[in-house]
Structures are given as C-alpha cells and as structure tokens.
Design a protein around this ligand. Structure first.
Ligand SMILES: [Ca+2]
Ligand SMILES: [Ca+2]
Length: 240
C-alpha cells in the first residue's frame, strides 16, 4: 500500500455508515522529506527584496524603510501621512520584525533567514502565530485607516517600496483578492503572505509578491510555474 504515491484508508465508523476516504498524503509528507527547494527559492527572493540597503542582512532598518517608502508614495500622490502615523509605523514595524526574527537574529544573513523560515514553517500553529504577528504590520501600513487596500494602496504600500512594478502589483492583487471585490482585506493579505512563506509546491500565492520568472526557479518547478502563469494563476494542483 505504501508505494510512494497516494494511499487510501477504508474504514467503517459503525455498521450503518461506511466511509471511503482518500488521504492525499504522500510518503514524502509523512516522513517530512518534502522537497523545499521552491520554498527556499521564495524565501531567498524575499530576503533580496527586503534587503533595501543591500548589506546582505535584513533588520528593523529595512522594515522601517519599507514603511517610510510607502508613506512617501502617498505623499507623492498628494495624500498626506501625518507624523503620528509615521511614528506609530516605525514603532510597530520594529516590534513586528523583532518578534518575527528573534531580534534580527534570523536576518543576519540570507542562509540563516531561509533556514529559519523553512524550520519555523514546519512548526505546529505556524500559520496562526504568523497571522497574529502580521496584524500590527498591516495596521502600521494602513495609512489611510480603511482596514482594506485598493489596488493603488497595495501598490503604494506593499509593492512599490520593495522595488516591484505596477504589473507585479496587479498580479499579486489578482491572486490574493479571493472574493474578487477589488479590495484586499486583512484576511486575504495575511493568507497570501503566509502561503508565500510556507507553501512548498507552486500555488497561486507564489505570486503574492508579484511575478516570478520561470527561469529563476528550481528545474523541477519550472513546468508547474509556467502552467500556473498560462492559466492565470489558478490554484489547481500541479504534479511537480
Ligand atoms: Ca539590509
Ligand atoms: Ca477582496
């Protein structure tokens, strides 16, 4: 039965109800030997995007700079960001980063950052904890105080500050706007970010930080990624 593919478990709850359930668990998943090369690629890419000052480490400075760039984008568009909001952002972004990286320990270099990301993503309750930690960052960057982001807000706040384009913003927004109402809720945003960090296979949230070049990803995932792009980033499973 354990042949490296899927296996089925047939069991009977009682004499009247028969359940035939297929568990989509591969041997790799059961034994924790998942191929994490695509997840590692995404984490390395994120590290490079976040290392604003290009000093091969990420720390609170980078994160605060993210918020300051976001505020500057609003100012440039004629939308004033009050000084209190900026102060609040600096405080919250610093705290968020310290919590997420054990006071910048995990951001000391790319290798450590990636290993830390992979290891923590395997922990129980990772998604719940990550979601809780992301909330203050969301509020810190919600300069307009709307509680949700339009495509333009998303571009100003998340995408442009990390050096990506409007096209990247459209791609990322499309894959994260789950209910297609043209606005990004905190739930949609946090789910996209969490999946970007933790999914080991190609899912639509691999594009949560914009377009990914097929040439850049590990060989095994190129075909899946190409398929996902051609099919407008749907989330159907793809055998890699
Ligand atoms: Ca840096
Ligand atoms: Ca939405």
């Amino acid at each position: 039965m354990l042949n490296g593919e899927l296996f089925s478990l047939h069991y009977q709850l009682n004499s009247d109800i028969k359940v035939d359930q297929t568990f989509p668990i591969s041997i790799q998943e059961m034994t924790c030997f998942k191929d994490r090369s695509f997840q590692r690629y995404k984490l390395e890419r994120y590290f490079d995007l976040l290392d604003f000052d290009n000093n091969q480490r990420v720390n609170t400075k980078d994160l605060v700079l993210w918020g300051e760039r976001a505020a500057a984008n609003y100012e440039e568009a004629g939308i004033h960001v009050p000084e209190e909001k900026l102060k609040d952002m600096r405080k919250k972004m610093g705290r968020v980063f310290n919590c997420m990286t054990i006071f910048s320990w995990a951001g000391k270099n790319k290798k450590r950052f990636v290993n830390y990301g992979v290891t923590t993503s395997k922990l129980p309750f990772f998604k719940t904890i990550f979601r809780v930690l992301l909330l203050p960052a969301w509020h810190a960057l919600d300069f307009k105080g709307n509680g949700e982001l339009s495509l333009q807000d998303f571009y100003f706040v998340i995408v442009k500050p990390i050096g990506l384009t409007e096209e990247d913003a459209k791609i990322a927004f499309q894959v994260m706007d789950e209910d297609k109402n043209g606005m990004l809720s905190v739930e949609e945003f946090t789910q996209g970010v969490i999946d970007y960090f933790s999914d080991t296979e190609v899912t639509k949230h691999a594009f949560a930080y914009g377009g990914i070049k097929v040439d850049d990803v590990p060989e095994k995932y190129k075909e899946c990624l190409q398929k996902s792009i051609e099919e407008s980033w749907n989330d159907d499973e793809c055998e890699c």
